[in-house]
Design a binder for this molecule. Structure first.
Ligand code: PLP
Length: 453
């Protein structure tokens, strides 16, 4: 049985405040405010401890592609646990679910990515990337290639490598990060940073920051460039159309690895299996997690290209890296059942041809609201830039973040989860969202804006 929902709500809140340290939260304030307690979820709907139904506009944390409460995943995990609940994949050992998932991912991924290293999260995937690219260049006889270039306001996780690769300054200041060997360049955030020129010009300029950085550091010292196809946690930063083609040109001319962090954009979020396909990119490595299992169990991985396999595998020797739960059988079973649902219900095509365009049109229609400076969306990830003065939209609020947080709370009171990033509101709903639910989502967002003062 599930941990009992008959646990009295106030006792649960008190115990939470007393004993539980929450990620990315001011835990001290829980004594006054108390946590929101989610007790059940089904499809795109959450239920809280007061019995309220709340539309999950964020698919949990950008991960529940197939919606909540899918019995087929629970059954697959149950069956796997009944047969082999745990064994590892260290020291040349394996088991059927890990192999089946590796083979399945090699078939799903673009043709040049044929191998996968498993881990338990997106952060671990990027820690793996960090070590893998350096090991690759060592194996290729170029041990000086160590620097990894990433972007300000990118997000690559919360471990030391993830935080370092990420470009969140508030995270860097806690713990004196980044670690040495990471270099940050500008992000392609036209609305916030490039509005004095056209989006097209700005896209090229932001991309050329990569070229400048490689030239300054020296190509012989740069190991890799890592980026999300669309920055998610940074605020659904959709790059101008000129950005990725220019980055691609730069990468094609240089001998460095390109790592796509597909932790959010992968598994259908942009109407392709991977965000790299949406933008026509050919990454040497791809970090995956979240939508791999729709969050039913923790799992991540790094998809490895044939090019990287030459250094990593063909040249021989141990890769001295791994996690107790790499390829965990129950997590792999959850991933396989999740991928079955995504395929059988044509969810990727649905985002491309049906619910994606349907929601985009309505979401972008919110741009007429007096508080909205820009409404943007690709696939099923969108943002509203909230501005104090629509006639002067690029001038932000003085108390940065306050309108976003206010708006988030009003949205919750109206029965919908949206996320606040600075002064913008973010959505990333499950891929199974119906048309009716999409209408409800947009109507609730409008009501939220109306009621945010
Ligand atoms: N990479 C990206 C692009 C992410 O959005 C996230 C999480 O939001 C991560 C990595 C880290 O994943 P996890 O929280 O599973 O460690």
């Amino acid at each position: 049985t599930a941990v009992s929902n008959s646990y009295p709500t106030e006792a649960l809140r008190a115990a939470d405040a007393a004993h539980h340290i929450h990620p990315f939260s001011d835990t001290k304030s829980l004594n006054e405010e108390g946590s929101r307690i989610i007790t059940r979820a089904d499809g795109v709907w959450l239920t809280d401890s007061d019995g309220n139904r709340i539309l999950d506009g964020m698919a949990g944390l950008w991960c529940v592609q197939v919606g909540h409460g899918r019995q087929a995943i629970a059954d697959a995990v149950h069956a796997q646990m009944s047969e082999l609940s745990y064994y590892n994949t260290f020291f040349k050992t394996t088991h059927p679910p890990a192999v089946a998932l590796a083979e399945r991912l090699a078939k799903l991924a673009p043709p040049h990515l044929n191998r996968v290293f498993f881990c338990s999260s997106g952060s671990e995937a990027n820690d793996t990337v960090f070590r893998m690219v350096r090991h690759y260049w060592d194996q290729m006889g170029k041990p000086d290639k160590k620097v990894i270039i990433s972007r300000w306001n990118g997000y690559h996780g919360s471990t030391l490598a993830g935080t370092s690769l990420g470009g969140m300054k508030a995270m860097h200041t806690q713990g004196d990060l980044p670690v040495p060997g990471v270099h940050h360049i500008n992000q392609p955030y036209w609305f916030g940073e490039g509005y004095e020129m056209s989006p097209e010009e700005f896209g090229v300029m932001a991309a050329r920051d990569l070229e400048r950085a490689i030239d300054e550091i020296g190509e012989d010292k740069v190991a890799a460039f890592i980026a999300e196809p669309i920055q998610g946690a940074g605020g659904v930063i959709i790059p101008p159309e000129t950005y990725w083609p220019e980055v691609k040109r730069i990468l094609d001319e240089r001998d460095i690895l390109f790592v796509a962090d597909e932790v959010i954009c992968g598994f259908g979020r942009l109407g392709e299996w991977f965000g790299s396909q949406y933008y026509g990119l050919e990454p040497d490595l791809m970090a995956i997690a979240k939508g791999l299992t729709s969050g039913y169990l923790p799992m991540g991985g790094v998809l490895v290209s044939d090019k990287v396999s030459v250094g990593l595998i063909d040249k021989g020797g141990d890769f001295n890296h791994g996690y107790t739960y790499s390829g965990h059988p129950a997590c792999a079973a959850a991933a396989l059942a999740n991928l079955d649902i995504i395929e059988n219900e044509h969810l990727v095509e649905r985002v491309k041809n049906d619910i994606g365009p349907y929601l985009q049109e309505r979401w972008i229609g919110l741009g007429d609201h007096p508080l909205v400076g820009q409404a943007r969306m690709k696939g099923l990830m969108g943002a509203l830039e909230i501005v104090p003065d629509k006639k002067n939209p690029h001038k932000p609020f003085k108390d940065v973040g306050v309108p976003g947080l206010l708006c988030r709370d009003v949205s919750f009171e109206h029965g919908m989860v949206m996320r606040a990033v600075r002064d913008s509101m973010i959505i990333s709903p499950p891929l199974v969202l119906s048309h009716e639910e999409a209408d409800h989502l947009v109507a609730t967002a409008r009501k939220t804006l109306d009621d945010t003062h």
